[in-house]
Design a protein around this ligand. Structure first.
Ligand SMILES: *[C@@H]1O[C@H](CO)[C@@H](O)[C@H](O)[C@H]1NC(C)=O
Ligand SMILES: *[C@@H]1O[C@H](CO)[C@@H](O)[C@H](O)[C@H]1NC(C)=O
Length: 576
């Protein structure tokens, strides 16, 4: 009798514990790599690169094979990720040539009125932190107003790069900012100097008599041009390559050698500080964007040059972070997520390092390229041993925008919401449903809608329709090698009428367009997708003003974050 009583008591206690466990809010760790291609990762089919730590997350959790970024470019993809809505809605999708923030002294950015998942979680009692890259703007009207800063968007802790990792940040790697304009400036200055020098020689030799005013004028113009170039571009690495801790600039320009380690340590410390409290950590890596790190422990170790070394170092960072979670006993209470902001930049290469961008496996296209799969299909891994079965693979369409509603759900937040473009992923991750809630997805290039996909409820097909595609150059190439990135509009794109149709289920590489003769549902597919696009476009009425305009993007001295004396700004972080 006693034993059955004890058993009952035990059952009551146990159910209580289980009950508590199910209401405990999980910790959330989101790891986002910059520019990583889906073909760069072992568990997505790469057998020559070593990513054991990412592969382990996948084998201990759920791997998504059709995880789609909302844009093939950093700023809009990240804005959509943060808000759970297409970037056009928050004004973070550019209509013209500028599509990302180029200067920390620009005024465009994620509008202060937008709601990020960090805000939702903070309201539910989470401690929120962002370590690494932000790239969604900084100030609006004056230096230090930090209207777009991560703190403003509810990350109570921030350590990292308010902009992004740029070639400008590494000596000898060239520039990513208005390259053509910089070169034009340089050429004109050189020409003027040469002209001036020749004139002076000619005059000194007494060959001809030249009006001295002409020489003075030329001298002045050259001086002005060089001064202009220097102010605008010569100080760029100092102005753009900085590290902030919360609102303070702690390093300018940043020291690359120690950066990977510092980012990791900050992320680990954040976790250690918050073990007794639900937390959100967004670990947003500077890897594997060019100029690429060249850490001694990884240099020359991979089979894919400096790029491969960088991927393997990134994998190591992921492993160290996972170790921290596991060794603190947090694994069962922590949802870990791994992804990339968009596909690899296949055109990127550099005389000093060779391959500079990622590999998108069997998928066509890459970064910058509108709706082509290679630019938007990215790794997506969820590990949560306490709740998700190990080794599950989900082939249904999912989006990076799904994180917002998923995290909101996990935090127990039931507040009403503006319409979101993402869906709660938990039913799919737990295997409670087999179909994705995404029937349609839209693929933007800047603010231009280039393509859309339809996953009909009655079929496994994934129909994808391209209305507009970027023009590759030189002709016959598989990317825009000249000028190194594809544009979204005007003469740089092809408009397809009739549009290009593919079924990704049968043709994931988008190589055989379907027609009425080869696809019985051809007319229906076009009709349904056009209709859905129309409904989607009608839902954009309340969109925010465009933040990615020249007017907002260009550098303003009064917005430039700076430690030390402006404009020469400089400081170095104390070793901790
Ligand atoms: C593995 O990744 C490297 C680096 O991007 C790439 O060059 C290589 O082609 C990939 N290999 C396979 C088999 O996908
Ligand atoms: C974590 O959860 C899994 C699955 O529920 C369980 O088998 C395991 O024992 C748990 N580990 C710890 C340390 O609680």
């Amino acid at each position: 009798m006693w034993s059955s009583l004890l058993a009952v008591l035990f059952l009551i206690l146990a159910s209580d514990v289980i009950g508590q466990e199910s209401i405990r809010k999980p910790n959330i760790i989101l790891v986002m790599v910059d520019d990583l291609g889906i073909g760069d990762v072992g568990c997505y089919g790469n057998n020559t690169i070593r990513t054991p730590n990412i592969d382990r997350l996948a084998s201990e959790g759920v791997k998504l094979t059709q995880h789609i970024a909302a844009a093939p470019l950093c700023t809009p993809s990240r804005a959509a990720f943060m808000t759970g809505r297409y970037a056009v809605r928050s004004g973070m999708a550019g209509a013209g040539a500028v599509r990302v923030n180029l200067f920390l002294g620009g005024s465009g950015g994620l509008p202060p009125g937008e709601t990020t998942f960090a805000k939702r979680l903070q309201q539910q009692g989470y401690t929120t932190g962002l370590v690494g890259k932000w790239h969604l703007g900084l100030s609006c009207e004056q230096r230090g107003d930090h209207c777009h800063h991560p703190n403003q968007h509810s990350f109570s802790f921030f350590y990292g790069l308010p902009l992004t990792f740029l070639n400008d940040c590494a000596p000898g790697m060239g520039t990513d900012i208005l390259k053509h304009l910089q070169h034009t400036f340089q050429k004109i200055s050189v020409l003027l100097m040469v002209g001036l020098f020749t004139l002076m020689c000619v005059r000194a030799c007494g060959l001809i008599d030249i009006n001295p005013w002409l020489s003075v004028a030329l001298l002045l113009v050259s001086f002005l041009l060089i001064a202009m170039w220097y102010t605008v571009f010569g100080l760029l690495p100092r102005w753009n390559c900085i590290i902030m801790r919360d609102q303070e600039v702690v390093e300018q320009p940043m020291t690359l050698e120690t950066l990977p380690h510092r980012l990791l340590t900050e992320a680990q410390n954040f976790i250690e500080r918050n073990t007794d409290h639900p937390f959100l950590l967004f670990f947003s890596l500077a890897h594997v964007h060019t100029p690429l790190f060249n850490s001694p422990a990884f240099a020359g170790r991979s089979r894919h040059g400096r790029y491969g070394d960088d991927v393997e170092e990134m994998d190591w960072l992921v492993g160290e972070l996972t170790k921290t979670v596991d060794s603190l006993g947090l694994a069962n209470d922590t949802l870990m997520y791994f992804t990339s902001d968009h596909g690899g930049h296949i055109e990127s290469s550099h005389p000093l390092i060779g391959q500079g961008g990622g590999w998108n496996g069997i998928f066509r296209g890459g970064k910058f390229m509108g709706g082509w799969e290679g630019g938007i299909r990215v790794p997506g891994i969820f590990r949560w041993p306490g709740r998700l079965a190990a080794g599950r693979v989900v082939d249904e369409p999912t989006s990076l925008m799904d994180l917002y509603p998923t995290l909101k759900h996990l935090a127990g937040d039931t507040q009403p919401e503006r319409p979101l473009d993402g869906h709660n992923l938990m039913p799919l991750l737990e295997g409670k449903v087999t179909r994705s809630a995404h029937e349609f997805m839209f693929h933007y290039c800047g603010s231009h809608l280039h393509a859309a996909r339809w996953h009909p409820p009655d079929s496994d097909s994934i129909f994808k329709v391209h209305f507009i595609t970027p023009k590759f150059s030189p002709p016959g190439a598989v990317g825009c090698y000249d000028p190194g990135m594809c544009s979204c509009h005007g003469e740089h794109v092809t408009r397809h009428d009739p549009p290009l149709l593919y079924d990704l289920l049968r043709d994931p590489s988008e190589s055989h367009p379907l027609g009425p003769e080869t696809e019985p549902r051809y007319a229906e597919v076009l009709h349904r997708i056009t209709e859905a696009m129309h409904t989607h476009q009608l839902s954009l009425v309340d969109k925010q003003p465009n933040q990615m305009t020249w007017d907002k993007i260009l550098w303003r001295p009064w917005l430039q974050p700076c430690c030390g004396t402006f404009p020469f700004c400089g400081c170095k972080e104390d070793a901790r």
